[in-house]
Design a binder for this molecule. Sequence first.
Ligand code: ADP
Ligand code: ZN
Length: 432
Amino acid sequence: MACWNPNIEMMSKEDLDILQLKLLKELVDRAYDRSPLYRERMDEKGVKPDDIMTLDDLSKLPFMSKKDLRDYQPERLFMAGKRDIIRYHASSGTTGKPTIVGYTKKDIETWSESLARALTSAGLGADDIVQVANTYGLFTGGLGFHYAAEKIGAAVVPASTGNTDRQLQMINDLGVTVMAATPSYMIYVGEVAEKMGIDLRKSTLKTGLLGGEPWSDKMRERIQSQFGVRGINCFGASELYGPSWTECDEQCGIHIWRDIAIFEIIDPKTGDKASPGERGELVITMLQKEAFPIIRYRMGDITVMDEEKCACGRSHPRMMRISGRVDDMLIIRGINVFPSQVEHCLHTNPEVGNEFQIVVDRKGALDDMLVKVELKPEAFTDNILELNALRERITSRLKNSLNVGAKVELVPTGSLPRFEGKARRVMDRRDI
Ligand code: ADP
Ligand code: ZN
C-alpha cells in the first residue's frame, strides 16, 4: 500500500518515542520563550522547560481551554511575530465566540504534510479528482483539503458548499472520484441525486472524506450502501491547523501522527489521565506549531485512543469515533445523552430516513425530550395502526439505549432541515 512518508509512518515505536520527546522539548522551550500567556501559565504551575525530561512529564504542564484562546490577545498568545504570520483562519464557533488562528509558512506546510500522509493512507493519489465541498474561507475545511489533495498530485475541484445540482453535474462531467464534505452534506448530496434520477452508485464517485461533526458507524453504513461512497472519517479543528488526520484504508480509527501531535485522554471531571481503553475528554498538544501554541489543549471532544499497531502496518496511535462533545452532551432528567447515541439507535430501524431532530423542553420541573424522525418514503403509510406500531418500536428502542424516555414523532422524508456545513440537530429550549 502506498505511503506518503514511509520513514515516519513506518517508524518503530521506540524511535517515535525519541523523536516525540525531542519535539516536545523544543515546543515547550519555544512557548516559554515566546508566548507570554503560556509562560505565565507554566510559572503559575511552577513548571520550567527543563522539567520536561520524559514523555510522561507532559502531565506536569498546565491545560489550555477554549476560553483561554478566546479571552487573550494574539500578542499575548502567539509564539510568532506579525511578520512571520502568513495566514489567518477562524473556528466555526459551534460552542461560542470563534477563535482566530494564525499560521506561519511552516505551519501551512506541516498541515498539508499531515493531511497528505492521511489521504495517501486512505488510498488516494495522483489519479484522483477531489471535489472539495467544504466551505472555503475563514473555515479551515476548504483550503485544508485543497492544499493536501494538490500536494499528493490529485486534481482539485474547489466547489465549496451549496449549489448541489452543480456539484452533481461536476461529478459527472469531470469524473470526480472523491468528495470532501460534512457527513450531513454528503447525505444531502445523495438525496438530491436520487431526486434528479442520478444513481451515485453508478457514478465515478468512490470516496467521501467526511468529518467536521460527530457521526455514527450506522450513518457510515448508510452512506456506503445507499450511495456507494466509501466514508473515510476525517478529523481536525481550526486551532490545530484544520482537517489534518483521517482513517487509512482499513477504516478502523484515525491515525494521529506522533511527530505532529500528542493526543491524551483525561477524565473530564478530575483532569486525571484515563486508563488505557477508557473513553474521556481529548487533550491535544501540537508538536510542530510555530505561530499558535496548542499545548495540553482541552478539546471538549469525547473519545478513546487505540495504541495497537494498525493492520496497515503503521505504528501511530488511532483515535476512535468521537461520541460527542462534553458541551453538547444533553442532561435529560439527570441522564447523559449524546445526540450521536440517538442517531445510532434510530439508524438500527430500516424504516428510518436520513434526518432527525431533538427538541428538549421543560414541562414544569421535568425535562421533556421529543425526537422527530424522518421516515423513508416507502415507510410512510396512511395506515395509522402501522405507523403507531412503528413509533412504539422506535420509542422503546430509544428508551432501552438511552436509559431515559423520549417522545417520538414520525415525519415524512424531506420535512426536517438539511445542512450544507455542520448539522444542528438539537434544539434545547430549556433556557429560553
Ligand atoms: P468549532 O469548534 O467552532 O466547531 P471547528 O470548525 O474547528 O471549530 O471544528 C472542530 C470540531 O469539530 C472538533 O472539536 C469536533 O468537535 C468536531 N469534529 C471534527 N471532525 C469530527 C469527526 N470526524 N467526528 C466528530 N467530531 C468532529
Ligand atoms: Zn492503518
